[in-house]
Design a protein around this ligand. Sequence first.
Ligand code: FE2
Length: 154
Amino acid sequence: MKVTEIIAELNKILTLEHGHLGMYKNFSGYQDKEIRRTFRRFAEIEMEHINKVRNAILNLGGKPSIIIEGGDIIGRLFGVTINLASEKDVVKTFSWVEKKSHQGYAGFVSKLEQHNGTMQQFIAEIAAANMLEARLMHLWLEDKLLKYNSRKLK
Ligand SMILES: [Fe+2]
């Protein structure tokens, strides 16, 4: 991948990461204490993702710019209506988004790894760290979903 392609891809990722932060930043509004605590930490992780991607763009000489400003970034990027009727629906939706995020990062990392350049490898390592955390968040959300299903909670 050329630098300009990498910067364009990173800006797409930056937009998505802003969407992720939007999912978790209202953590204090949930009834479930476990969700409040977890989403609070997830919001911090998403902020770390944003900063890492931003810095990578700047270090490549690019300009960080999110493609879709404000509002429902995730809904508009994926063309879905996010149903947030219950806490269970929230968990289900966010789990799906984190799975998508992990897949997106995995594709980007493998594209970068087709090149032996030091710069490509460096960006791949940054992306791989975010990829891992997207996977961890997805797994936590899936686990939470199992608990809802086994306790028949709403
Ligand atoms: Fe993220």
